[in-house]
Design a binder for this molecule. Structure first.
Ligand code: KG4
Ligand code: ZN
Length: 374
């Protein structure tokens, strides 16, 4: 059964909410995946603290969501009663925001008497590439996903809906975290990735020798803390004196190149671990980095793979991916004779390993009564 056949079983559009970090987002998708409306608010109020403050984020989700959901419904020109189901990121992420978003979505689902679908945020990133029309040639299973954001840095073998294998991940900082910390050392604002990339355009990527942590080591784990320490050492002689701009630019360019080299090497290893992959998908905020993208594209090509990175608004946290993951999950459940169902009793989870996602599907004709919505 393909997605559109299975989605015929979805009784109407899905309204999805994303609130796992500092983006408050809502989207409405038609059953076959067409985006009817989407809105994202990137919260302010965190920059002064140099990072996301969970308590501020949760409160902001709470005050932003009602109007955001109303506005998204208006954009889609739909009354709430036309919705077929409601979905929300239910983990992993910052627990306060997850409670707010999934609580809001559950309340809406109950009021409308529609199913609630709990979406794993990382699974949503993993499946985004399959949104109809997004990637030329489509994104059939299996493919390799590189998820690089402020909170995540991992290589995942995406082998089917609910079938994920983590091949490797960071043993210290996430890639975006490293960009943010180095940007802070260079006196740039937060989030630092885009500002650092801009500054790096003025510098030379081979100007300053920096380490390439874990490069050529077996497996595809990442480490960025040594790189961060190396930058701190280069900056130490300047103390509190302002950095000469050419030096700051060279450092930014050299750091960016080191990250790109490390990630490309790790991806080469990940592809060794997943010989069936014919497609490499990059997602997460750091996938917006043009130097990294170019290097990943080259790496994929050299291995006979296609490379795809969703457009930036779908690479970073958004609710479209949440709605799409809910639709794909329904399609898979339907394929297994397991529909309709609702996750209304599922609690938000700060940690929710992807490997657990297979267990949400019962074998055909063996539905649990607790999970079904009659
Ligand atoms: O996916 P995202 O919006 O949010 C989560 O962290 O979940 O990713 C944000 C991260 C930040 O660390 C930001 O500095 C980084 O992505 N980032 C970039 C670029 N744009 C965003 N890093 C490097 N180069 C960029 N152009
Ligand atoms: Zn994310």
């Amino acid at each position: 059964m393909n997605v559109s056949t299975a989605c015929a079983l979805v009784p109407g559009p899905v309204l999805a909410i994303e609130s796992s970090c500092d983006e408050t987002a809502c989207a409405i998708l038609a059953p076959e995946g067409t985006i009817l409306a989407q809105r994202v608010i990137s919260q302010d109020g965190h920059a002064d603290f140099g990072g996301v403050v969970p308590e501020i984020a949760a409160r902001a989700h709470l005050s932003l969501l009602p109007e955001l959901v109303r506005a998204t419904l208006k954009d889609a020109a739909l009354p709430a009663s036309a919705l077929g189901m409601v979905a929300a990121s239910t983990g992993p992420g910052l627990i306060g925001g997850l409670i707010v978003g999934s609580g809001f979505a559950k309340g809406l689902a109950l009021a409308l008497n529609r199913p609630f679908v709990a979406v794993n945020h990382v699974e949503a990133h993993a499946l985004t590439a399959r949104l109809p029309g997004l990637v030329e040639g489509g994104a059939p299973f299996p493919y390799l996903l590189l998820l690089v954001s402020g909170g995540h840095c991992q290589c995942i073998a995406v082998e089917g809906i609910g079938q994920y294998r983590k091949l490797g991940g960071t043993i210290d900082d996430a890639a975006g975290e490293a960009f943010d910390k180095v940007a802070k050392m260079l006196g740039l604002g937060w989030p630092g990735g885009p500002a650092l990339e801009q500054l790096a355009r003025e510098g030379k990527p081979d100007a300053i020798a920096l380490p390439r942590p874990l490069i050529r080591r077996p497996g595809c784990d990442f480490s960025f803390s040594g790189l961060k320490t190396a930058i701190a050492q280069k900056l130490a002689p300047y103390g509190r004196t302002p950095l000469p701009r050419p030096f700051a630019a060279d450092l930014a360019a050299s750091f960016q190149q080191a990250v790109a080299d490390v990630v490309a090497d790790r991806i080469n290893h990940a592809l060794d671990m997943m010989p069936a992959a014919r497609l490499l998908v990059a997602a997460g905020g750091v996938a917006a980095n043009s130097v990294l993208r170019a290097q990943l594209e080259q790496t994929a090509q050299s291995r006979g793979c296609r490379f795809a990175a969703p457009p930036l608004r779908l690479c970073t946290d958004n609710a479209v991916m949440v709605g799409w993951a809910a639709l794909e999950t329904w399609a898979e459940a339907a394929r297994r004779g397991q529909t309709p169902f609702t996750d209304i009793t599922l609690r938000p989870r700060p940690r929710w390993p992807l490997e657990e996602m297979a267990s949400r599907f019962t074998p055909p004709h063996n539905q649990s009564a607790a999970g079904s919505l009659s």
